[in-house]
Each structure stands twice: as C-alpha cells, then as structure tokens.
Design a protein around this ligand. Structure first.
Ligand code: F0G
Length: 368
C-alpha cells in the first residue's frame, strides 16, 4: 500500500513544482459511499453517493486545502500562519503547521465552536484566541493583521486552499467515471462550493484527466463530453446571507461550522450556482438535525451538524427535482466528522440508562 496525499496524487493539476516541499498527512482519497438506505427512504431510482470528508486526517475537508496552503507557505519562506475559523480550519491549520514547524494562530468566535475542534487546535500547539464576537468579526481582524504583518493567511481567501479543495471533485469523477447530475453541499464561507465547481470544470475539460482519456480510448476519439453537475448549496436558515441577498449581522444556527453572516467567497459561490444552473437555498436547524440523525441511524455515518446540510437539502428537493422519477446520479458532500461536536450528538440522541448490577433490570433495559 502506497499512501499519497492530494499533492502527490493530483500535482499535475495544482500550482506546485518538484521543488515544493510537500507537507501532508495523507489527506484526501476519502470514501464515496453509496447510500442505499437513504435511496430507499427517499424512494425512486436515483443513485445517491456520500463523499465522507470526515475521513480526512483532522476530520474535515479543510485538510485538502491546508496541505496546499501550508506547503506553499513553507515554499515561500513563511514562518507563521493565521486564520479566522468556526473550528475546522483552525484544527487543520494547527495540525499542518505543527508538521511543517510553522507558528500558527487561530481566532475563533468565543463560545461558538465545537469542543472537538477546539481540542485539536489546542493540542497541536496553535495560539488560540477566543474572540468576543462572531466569525465575521474574526475574519475582519485576521485580514487587518495579514495586511500589516508577515503572517500567511490560510483562510479560503488564500487561493491555494481552493486549489487543494478542488481535488474532491477529481476523486468523485475518478470513482464514478463521470460527474454527478447534482452535487449537494453545505455553504458557510463559500470556499468549498467554489472549489468543487472549479474542480469539476477543470477535470471534465482537461485532456489530462485520467477518466477522460480512458473513456476516450473506449470510444476511440476525443469528443466525449462529460456533463457538469448542478451545484446545490445549502445555508442554515438563520445564517443565509447569499439566499437573503444581504449580510446577516447576527447569524444563528446550531450548525456552528456554517454560522457565517458575510461569506468571503460570496460572489464565487453565486457564480458556481449560476454557471451550473444550480441553486443556493436554506435548510432549517430542524431539517439539519433530521438529516444528521438519519445519516447516523440509516447509513452508519456520523457527521457534524453542518455537514448534514447537504442531505437536508437533498430531502428538501427530493420531490422538486423529480429525483423520484428519474435515474439520476447524486453526490452529497459530508464535510466533517461527527466526533467534532460530541455535545450536539449527546443532546440529539437517547440518553444511556444508568442501571445497578442487576441482571433482571439489565435484560429488561436491553429489551430481552
Ligand atoms: N462544513 C463544515 C464542517 C465546515 O467546517 C465548513 C466551514 C463548511 C461546511 C462550509 O464550508 O466555508 O467552504 O462554505 N468551516 C470554516 C471553518 C468556515 O472555519 O472551519 P465553506
């Protein structure tokens, strides 16, 4: 078994050279799981796949972008990086910085990040600043700092982050041998929807694409055109600036990862939506929690609440899209692992029964 990270796997599509120091934790190559139980639950003939990004080394899709951002920071001689974060970017930046020997500072909204993410950033030795304010306030401050001081910004405004994250779309095409008809994805700061759309466009159109050359070999010429998916982005209804058409001052949602009122890649997300003829819409916290529990109980996949926004969106659009009637190929990105937010899980599920060492009582509790 030879392990490879996304730079080694897809370097020819990335802004790297043989001289780029590759800082990797072997991110990417995440499972694309067929969701037969959710297919049954929704009814119809479509194939539904889940891209489980929680299987990345720090438990979220951020690692794809971070291996690029940190490798390029080292190549460019940077000594320190900084980001604002709802938690996952912070955890990933801290881990890759530790590996690279870079100093890392993260500014997080105090009280609004999940426990697992906070523990990661702390353990990897980042300077963790809990800001009295929200994510948008934190990003503003980080941008001010990086304008004045020699710290490398590793938020998704750093273009290398988007470059790395686009590889998830490559993997989907490599696995399916085609792009899906629809791609459902949570939207927060809007970097990831931007990255997937860039990835789909580049890979489908690239003559270098392995899938394309294979298929072309099969049919013996170069005119094969793999279709592009419609990008279906979902914001939490209490923090949905793109859907509302204006920044949200006090974003609210229990999906803290996407509690963002003024996304950095707003325009690019709209571009992805419009070029792909997709949509960006809202899902309520109730719909997010329903999808969160469904994924865990029907498919054995434990995600954090924000990640379930994609599946919540699929459920919302199931009848509207005629998913029931047609045989479509659908991919939902699940952005982060459920262990990131144990508090929410414990609040959402049946509590354990505390029982004495009494066989009768134990058997009764098991239901025997
Ligand atoms: N899902 C999870 C689990 C996230 O952590 C994020 C973003 C998103 C979805 C949304 O992705 O911002 O590219 O639209 N988390 C960032 C962070 C903001 O700081 O960790 P996006």
């Amino acid at each position: 078994m030879i392990y490879k990270g996304i730079i080694e796997r897809y370097g020819k599509y990335l802004p790297v050279t043989g001289k780029t120091p590759v800082i990797t934790l072997y991110e990417g190559n995440t499972p694309l799981l067929r969701a037969k139980n959710i297919e049954k639950f929704l009814g119809g003939n479509s194939e539904i796949y889940l891209k489980f990004e929680g299987a990345n080394p720090t438990g979220s899709f951020k690692d794809r972008g971070m291996t690029m951002a940190i490798s390029k920071a080292v190549e460019d001689g940077s000594k320190a990086v900084i980001c604002a974060s709802t938690g996952n970017t912070a955890a990933s930046a801290a881990a890759y910085s530790a590996r690279a020997g870079l100093k890392c500072s993260v500014i997080i909204p105090d009280g609004s990040i999940a426990l697992g993410k906070l523990s990661q950033a702390m353990m990897h030795g980042a300077k963790v600043i809990a800001l009295r304010g929200n994510f948008d306030d934190a990003l503003k401050i980080v941008l001010e700092i990086t304008e004045k001081y020699p710290l490398t910004l590793v938020n998704s405004l750093n273009p290398y982050r988007i470059e790395g994250q686009k590889t998830a779309a490559f993997e989907i095409i490599d696995f399916l041998g085609r792009a899906p008809d629809y791609h459902f994805i949570p939207v927060g700061n809007a970097g990831n929807i931007t990255a997937y759309w860039k990835g789909y466009k580049e890979y489908v159109r690239s003559p270098k694409s392995e899938v394309r050359s294979q298929k072309n070999k099969d049919i013996g010429h170069w005119t094969l055109d793999i279709g592009l998916p419609k990008m279906m982005g979902f914001q939490a209804s209490g923090s949905a600036p793109i859907v509302r058409g204006k920044p949200v001052k006090n974003p609210k949602t229990l999906a803290t990862a996407i509690k963002i009122g003024n996304p950095a890649s707003w325009k690019k997300a709209e571009q992805a939506r419009d070029e792909s003829k997709g949509i960006i819409d809202t899902v309520t916290d109730g719909e997010i929690i329903k999808a969160y529990k469904l994924l865990a109980s029907l498919e054995g996949i434990f995600v954090e609440p924000a990640s379930a926004a994609s599946v919540a969106g699929l459920i919302k659009y199931n009848s509207k899209l005629k998913i029931k009637n047609e045989k479509l190929v659908i991919v939902c990105t699940l952005t982060g692992h459920g262990l990131k937010d144990p508090d929410r899980a414990i609040k959402s599920a049946t509590q354990p029964k505390v029982i004495d060492q009494n066989m009768k009582k134990i058997l009764k509790a098991i239901g025997l």
